[in-house]
Design a protein around this ligand. Sequence first.
Ligand code: SF4
Length: 268
Amino acid sequence: MQPLSRNEARRLWRAIIEFDMLDKGDRVLIGLSGGKDSLYLAHLLSAVRRYAPMPFELAAVTLDVGFAEVDYSSLHRFCSAREIPFELLYLDMARHILEEGNRQGPCAVCAYFRRGALCRYAAEKGFNKLALAHHHDDAVETFLMSILYSGQIKVFEPVSLMERTGITVIRPLAYFRESNIKASNIFKEIIPLHAGCPVCKDTQRARVKELIKELRRENRSIYDNLSGAMRYGKAITLWPAEPGKGEMLERHRNFYNKYKHDRGLRKG
Ligand code: SF4
């Protein structure tokens, strides 16, 4: 198995240490879709487990939601070469995910159910952490998508506790750019799987990714500016919260009462 390069180790340890991601005795379940990001995550975590100063356990689970028939044998081999126990879970959700009328779109529904199913599985099997393969580009895109499509300023956190299951979700690729992942040599060993999702080429994320790419052609700082804006500690100047109808009526009343006397004088 390939050892980590210095650059990989630096990015991974920065996330682990800065966000306090791993602890001695952790039982970490990797959400392994079989796509390039999750394969890379499994590779990194298995490599770092060999020399980390604290022992932790790893296992991987793939959730098949029924988009298409997929052969998972390459995932079995990939995990067994890295001594990662591997499980396949079937959950027939494809129709529900793609249902017309999902207000937030199929991807939001898909991500919500997938995360829920993985957390429940992790809790049932005694894991305390779920490692997901979201990387830095995902975070920046999610931040912009949130503003554009839901009018909220938010982004997923590198570490977050799922209150219902008690599982802590960790994202060890937080400091990896998508280009770092694509350049990895592990893809000479395994071809990433495609889950057969019919909407994967036409998503909000794909449009936002394209938008950022296009804006960067004019201004190279666009990506870094977005990335900087999603962190606490940056200057934030926002309009005050929108008042409710009742509060606005009250303000109108107070405003006119304040000038009642002057209005009377002007009429006279
Ligand atoms: S592209 Fe398909 S698989 Fe990916 S999140 Fe959206 S619905 Fe789910």
